[in-house]
Ligand binder design. Structure first.
Ligand code: ZN
Length: 273
């Protein structure tokens, strides 16, 4: 400020990244949080900032990943992966069907198309979730908690499916979303009721939410739909072994432990449950 440093830090991250680009993105996120804090502080003391704050970053890949504004997933994929020099294909090598990854040029990272798609989708979800969190923080006086909302289709993973509908009070810890590549989970705010806000009015009736089976009541979760799905659908969602355990009354929570799916080897064997 006025040519002088007002904050600096040099320390180890509390999370582990698997590439320098991912580490730089973590760093960008932390600095963005600082900037929000400082802007809030300045606003409180009557120096509200009207202009955007510029954050500098020297990692080319991180800069390019961050520039998601207004791009479609396809555009992001091309930017990350580069343009196609040779398409991915299946070929017979030594009598075996083998996947030959495509080659690309001009991208920022060496990625296959599915990897680039997963990264682009996850980055877009991440940016969206950060924006949501900023809105919730700015309206903290109206928010009393958060509810996890997962997409109700067969692609939602077991970990996220089981967590669908979970409610956490403000101030309590919650899983940061996206929880994994291609994760589509979001936290929506649980708002204080009109009466909690001191307004004598009734709440609006619950609405509906989209699902793999069309519109369902808003309070139906992934578990409710799994319960209603037929045996064949449950096999599609859970796989045959877990679907069998589920039919035998094995609790869904026990299929997920410490944020991961319990491997089949650690689950009760056929006939044992
Ligand atoms: Zn998931």
């Amino acid at each position: 400020m006025n040519g002088a440093a007002i904050s600096f830090s040099s320390k180890k991250h509390t999370t582990t990244d698997d590439s320098t680009t991912a580490a730089e993105l973590t760093e960008l996120h932390l600095r963005a949080c600082d900037v929000v804090d400082f802007r809030e502080l300045l606003k409180e003391i009557g120096l509200e900032q009207q202009e955007p704050t510029i954050i500098f970053q020297d990692n080319q890949a991180a800069i390019q990943i961050s520039m998601t504004e207004g791009e479609t997933i396809d555009q992001m994929v091309r930017r990350l992966r580069g343009r196609v020099v040779r398409r991915a294909s299946w070929r017979t090598v030594d009598g075996r069907r083998t996947y030959i990854p495509g080659t690309y040029s001009g991208g920022v990272m060496t990625l296959t198309t599915p990897q680039a798609e997963a990264l682009a989708r996850t980055a877009a979800m991440h940016v969206g979730n950060q924006a949501r969190e900023a809105v919730y923080a700015a309206n903290a006086d109206l928010v009393k908690g958060y509810q996890r909302v997962e997409t109700l289709d067969t692609k939602t993973c077991l970990i996220c499916g089981v967590a669908d509908g979970q409610v956490v009070k403000t101030g309590e810890s919650r899983t940061m979303l996206p929880a994994h590549p291609n994760c589509r989970g979001v936290w929506v705010p649980v708002l204080k009721s009109w009466r909690e806000l001191g307004i004598d009015a009734d709440e609006v009736a619950p609405g509906t939410r989209a699902s793999m089976d069309g519109q369902v009541p808003e309070y139906e979760t992934w578990r409710d739909l799994l319960e209603k799905a037929g045996p064949a659908r449950r096999v599609e969602i859970l796989g045959p072994s877990r679907a069998r355990l589920y039919a035998q009354g094995y609790p869904l929570e026990a299929l997920v432990k410490d944020g991961r799916v319990v491997p089949l080897a650690e689950l009760p064997k056929r006939g044992a449950a």
